[in-house]
Design a binder for this molecule. Structure first.
Ligand SMILES: C[S@@+](CC[C@H](N)C(=O)[O-])C[C@H]1O[C@@H](n2cnc3c(N)ncnc32)[C@H](O)[C@@H]1O
Length: 246
């Protein structure tokens, strides 16, 4: 049968897709790699169908490989007998633990069929939460900014893993970027925060991202209206009229 990688979306349980919900409801067992993803899963699936796997908090490559090999060995027989889901926050193919599981299954249990149900990723959800519009034709780069790093280069960047916002901010400001931070966006758990003040998000919280845009970017939107045109339109609408209009 099948192992489904299911994207849960950013954290609010009604941002799960209809397909994701259908798959979770139909799976014999649903695994989720963390406390937050589990709390979304429990809104859709009874505890009795939620499975447990041990997820290592290590960066040691060998320990990590061993742990995922154990996890894959636990999941594979269940996925051969029935349908199993592995649910992660956001999208399963964007910076996600699901990649570890899929690679390990490919290597050691190639008989398991794997399907992915995409989820609403923080990569796109941040635009709405931060009130940003990425115009058609504009470039947008995804980078990591862990441990106070300040990646620079592209005109627009979304930065994940902002764990030391004041240090990251300094480097970005020096390089000429305007920066907005978003914490726990569209999440039920914890306080959502959107701010351009790095001190407001100085306390470490893994679910923090930043949007950085070069301060000197020219925006040429074909449907943008300048103030004079807006005034003309408003006065025409109010009946004051503009000479020659009628
Ligand atoms: C390992 S990545 C997981 C990304 C996820 N798979 C996705 O598609 O959104 C974790 C990073 O994504 C960002 N992130 C994910 N969800 C977020 C949210 N709801 N609010 C703010 N940042 C979020 C944070 O920067 C966090 O450190």
């Amino acid at each position: 049968m099948t192992l489904y990688g299911v994207g849960l979306g950013p954290g609010e349980s009604d941002l799960l897709t209809l397909r994701g919900k259908r798959v979770l409801e139909g799976a014999d067992v649903v695994y989720s790699p963390g406390r937050l993803s589990r709390s979304v899963v429990t809104d859709h699936v009874p505890e009795s169908r939620i499975g447990d796997l041990d997820f290592p908090m290590t960066r040691d490559p060998q320990e990590l490989r061993d742990a995922w090999r154990d996890a894959a060995a636990a999941v594979a027989p269940r996925a051969c007998d029935g349908d199993v889901a592995f649910a992660t926050l956001g999208d399963p193919n964007v910076y996600s633990t699901f990649g570890h599981l899929r690679r390990t299954l490919d290597a050691f249990h190639p008989d398991v069929d794997v399907e992915v149900v995409p989820g609403v990723s923080a990569v796109t959800a941040f635009t709405t939460a931060l009130g940003v519009e990425i115009d058609a034709g504009a470039g947008l780069s995804l980078r990591e900014a862990a441990q106070g790093n300040s990646p620079t280069g592209p005109d627009r960047m979304i930065l994940f893993k902002v764990t030391d916002a004041p240090a990251t901010h300094e480097g970005l400001l020096e390089a000429g970027y305007d920066v907005t931070y978003g914490r726990r966006l569209f999440m039920e758990q914890g306080e959502t925060l959107v701010t351009s003040d790095p001190q407001a998000v100085a306390e470490r919280d893994y679910y923090t991202l930043a949007y950085a845009e070069r301060g000197d970017l020219e925006k040429d939107r074909p449907t943008a209206f300048d103030d004079a045109r807006t005034e003309r339109a408003e006065s025409a609408a109010s009946g004051d009229g503009v000479p020659g209009d009628d």
